[in-house]
Design a protein around this ligand. Structure first.
Ligand code: ADP
Ligand code: GLC
Length: 488
């Protein structure tokens, strides 16, 4: 099975969130399951530097506003997975992240930058750019790659089957109708039954409409996005695809995230030998200038600071957590970046509660490992969460998740209800309504459980034993690819 994965980011080269982790790990899992997988990525500076694409596959010439576009082939250094890189310096060789400049505003030519990604994917799928390798399946991730599905659908002859994975329906790639001509697509697709979206056009909608199969990253989110509440205006389009939309749960890279062999943390540990975790906690308290206290429950957040993540609820619940006698001594570490109002509110909370609340603003991969290893519990109060990876990393690191029961969080954490405790299935704490009160109650339940060392140890060890490796989801993708090929 030859599969081309198309995406805008990949761990460890370019990462703004969990998408990069998935694009880094899933191809390797598919290779392990017997598939022949390649990647197609835009030639962003870190991707060119990391992949070192030396072999020229095709000189494409001047397209999408770029004077010279060349398709080259290289490899991911760690996994050896082959990567096609679109070398288009005019569009991709810039500082900042894949979507925005350093000032936080979207690149003004994102239409061309990501249309090119999909357009090259479709030419590879048709066997036109690399006669030596033609994928049977084009697998596009999120809106950045979604146009690949439309370009394939607009070809006179069917080529590869297309699969589109929604990692986050809230980011859609919507552009003004005046830019439609930049796509070089026939006007028949610029209709409500195509990629037209309230007088504009939408890359996300192109993926949802034209892919042979649509997936998202957890079964619960697959159900949620078919509703008005979570559908971000596209729930009707999703409902119309019926059973052609399904949820396949993300896995985690067990080599990158393994407390027994993680060189980024202060001491390695496993569920049989938990001593190293206490060392990691002490080191974290020291590093963050918190009171060094082995008995204080340490809550952590490692997150983009956006309204999706519900961290305003945590800010509202924080005074009670700091003052409630039941949670006396509880500490909080925040590592994140994003919304400036949230950044400054957390910085103010740290100032108001020295030695109990610590904030690190910014993006720092090694620090994420140290925080997740050193904390007792991770807090993820998301308003919506397609899958969520940090609760999976936390479970593996014996760090108990406290989550809102939505999307992938609901699919991966088992609440410590009396029933679950009795049947030895609990792995964390879940709350329902998106309110500070409901979150606050879950935090208190967590502290109470923490004060019972035997019960807490059971939670930690059970969490560490959960299997969130990619192997079973890779099998699900392979079956889905076969289904997409049969039904293209
Ligand atoms: P999302 O993709 O919505 O941001 P996920 O939980 O799927 O959420 O993935 C987030 C990824 O980004 C995880 O790998 C997490 O460790 C990482 N991450 C988030 N914020 C930071 C940060 N400030 N520093 C380092 N890593 C971060
Ligand atoms: C998105 C989602 C997150 C998911 C990640 C990887 O960024 O917000 O829930 O885990 O993609 O699929």
């Amino acid at each position: 099975m030859r599969v081309l994965h198309v995406a805008a980011e990949i761990f460890p080269l370019v990462k703004t969130g969990g998408l990069a982790d998935v694009v880094g790990a899933l191809p390797q899992a598919l290779v392990a399951a017997g598939a022949d997988v390649r990647l197609l990525l835009p030639g962003l500076p870190a991707i060119v530097a990391g992949v070192k694409p030396e072999k020229t596959v095709c000189v494409i010439g001047a397209v999408f506003g770029a004077g010279q576009v060349t398709l080259r082939l290289g490899k991911m250094a760690g996994s050896g997975v082959q990567v096609y890189v679109i070398d288009a310096p005019y569009l991709y060789q810039r500082p900042g992240n894949p979507y925005q400049g350093a000032d936080g505003s979207e690149w003004s030519d994102n239409v061309q930058r990501f249309a090119l990604l999909g357009w090259v994917a479709a030419h590879l799928a048709a066997g036109e750019f690399d006669p030596d390798w033609t994928p049977e399946v084009l697998h596009a991730h999120d809106w950045h790659a979604a146009m690949g599905c439309a370009y394939v659908a607009c070809r006179p002859v069917t080529s590869s089957a297309t699969v589109f994975t929604v990692h986050n329906l809230a980011y859609q790639g919507v552009f003004p109708v005046d830019d439609f001509h930049l796509l070089h697509l026939p006007s028949r697709v610029m209709v409500p039954g195509g990629l037209e979206y309230h007088g504009q056009f939408s890359f996300m909608k192109a993926g949802l409409k034209y892919a042979h199969r649509v997936t998202t990253v957890s079964p619960s989110y697959a159900r949620e996005i078919a509703t008005d509440e979570f559908g971000c205006g596209l729930d009707g389009v999703i409902r119309a695809r019926g059973a052609q939309v399904c949820g396949i749960l993300n896995g985690i890279d067990g080599v990158v995230w393994n407390p027994a062999a993680d060189s980024l943390i202060d001491a390695q540990y496993s569920s049989a030998l938990l001593g190293g975790k206490a060392q990691c906690k002490q080191a974290l308290q020291q590093e963050m200038c918190l009171k060094v206290d082995a008995t204080a429950p340490v809550f952590a957040v490692v997150s983009r600071l956006t309204s999706q993540k519900g961290l305003d609820l945590l800010l509202s619940a924080l005074p009670a957590l700091m003052e409630d006698s039941r949670s006396s001594g509880a500490q909080l570490v925040i590592q994140g970046s994003g919304d400036l109002a949230l950044e400054s509110a957390f910085a103010a909370a740290a100032k108001a509660h020295p030695e109990r609340v610590a904030v690190r603003l910014g993006y720092d991969e090694p620090q994420a490992h140290r925080v997740i290893a050193g904390a007792d519990a991770i807090v993820i109060p998301s308003r919506f969460e397609p899958c969520g990876l940090t609760q999976l990393y936390a479970l593996r690191y014996g760090t108990v998740p406290v989550v809102r029961g939505v999307g992938g969080l609901a699919d991966t954490v088992v609440d410590a209800s009396p029933d679950a405790v009795r049947t030895d299935t609990a792995t964390g704490f879940i709350f329902g309504p998106a309110t500070a009160t409901a979150l606050g109650q879950a935090l208190i339940r967590t502290v109470e459980s923490y004060r019972d060392p035997a019960a807490w140890r059971c939670l930690m060890v059970r969490g560490m034993a959960q299997d969130f490796s990619w192997s079973s989801s890779a099998g699900s993708y392979l079956s889905l690819y076969e289904d997409a090929i049969r039904n293209r």
